[in-house]
Design a protein around this ligand. Structure first.
Ligand code: ADP
Length: 168
């Protein structure tokens, strides 16, 4: 069975990788699908987000990383895949994820959303928290792979330079 793991991955964290590793043991092929998510005004471009996953991923059989910019249901149709992978961390994820899953099903009733829970050490970890901590000068080393860590620092450096320039 094949599955698509869609997300914004802005940036990818150790929690996402925990889910990717778990799913690679269960499914023949896992497509980590990086959404454009332009409405969310991501910190990293879609190309950068794909690159960060590709650079950090351990060799896992059957896992590929791709970018997509169409509706997820159209992307799934194009790939001929009927399963969507999402993850539930804390209870507050449930409502949003249920809405998403039912919305996908309303558009294509054969599409199933399958949920995996990460290791408990990742349940309070999110990309938005990583961005926020990094912007405020906190240490994110324990939460992301080394390549991502360096890319975030570079991005924050540019961000700080721009703020300084704007203030002048
Ligand atoms: P989206 O914008 O689609 O929610 P995210 O990149 O934030 O994209 O999340 C993609 C998926 O990964 C979601 O199902 C989310 O619950 C899951 N996820 C996010 N952070 C973690 C984490 N720390 N551990 C496990 N799963 C996570």
């Amino acid at each position: 069975m094949d599955i698509i793991y869609p997300g914004t991955f802005d940036p990818v964290t150790n929690g996402h990788f925990d889910i990717i590793e778990r799913s690679s043991r269960l499914f023949k092929k896992v497509i980590v699908a990086v959404a454009a998510s332009s409405g969310k005004q991501p910190m990293f471009s879609q190309t950068e987000r794909v690159e960060m996953i590709r650079e950090s991923i351990k060799p896992l059989s059957g896992v590929v990383v791709e970018a997509f910019s169409v509706l997820l249901i159209d992307y799934a149709k194009e790939k001929g895949i009927k399963n969507i992978l999402r993850s539930l961390r804390v209870a507050s994820d449930f409502e949003y994820e249920l809405q998403l899953a039912l919305m996908y099903r309303a558009q294509d009733r054969e599409l199933e959303t399958i949920f995996l829970m990460p290791n408990q050490k990742y349940i309070f970890l999110s990309s938005s928290m990583i961005r926020e901590i990094a912007r405020l000068g906190g240490d994110i080393k324990a939460f992301v792979p080394e390549y991502v860590y360096n890319e975030v620092l570079k991005k924050i450096g540019h961000y700080r330079d721009n703020v300084r320039r704007d203030r002048r």
